[in-house]
Ligand binder design. Sequence first.
Ligand SMILES: [Zn+2]
Length: 95
Amino acid sequence: MSDEPKRRPILSLKNPPKVVPPAAAKAPAPPAAPPPPQHDWKCKPCGAGFSIEAELEDAVVIRCPSCNAKLGTVGDFRTDPLPTKVRARPLRKAG
Ligand SMILES: [Zn+2]
């Protein structure tokens, strides 16, 4: 007389399959990204871009907003050709 316990079936709860996001769902970039600000000039010492406001007087000294280097006066920037003492380069795109 054997008292063998009955084997019970193993109940296993299967987890629901994980939802795999499709690769196409990855957006490369938001479409409504604002364009970078356009600068008129580029600081020679540090390369930062900046603009000169039109209402400034010619005697106003322009300093780089990034490295604070003295780049020249507004009058210098308005001189054509640009004086060699001006420590900035014009950023003018063709077209
Ligand atoms: Zn600078």
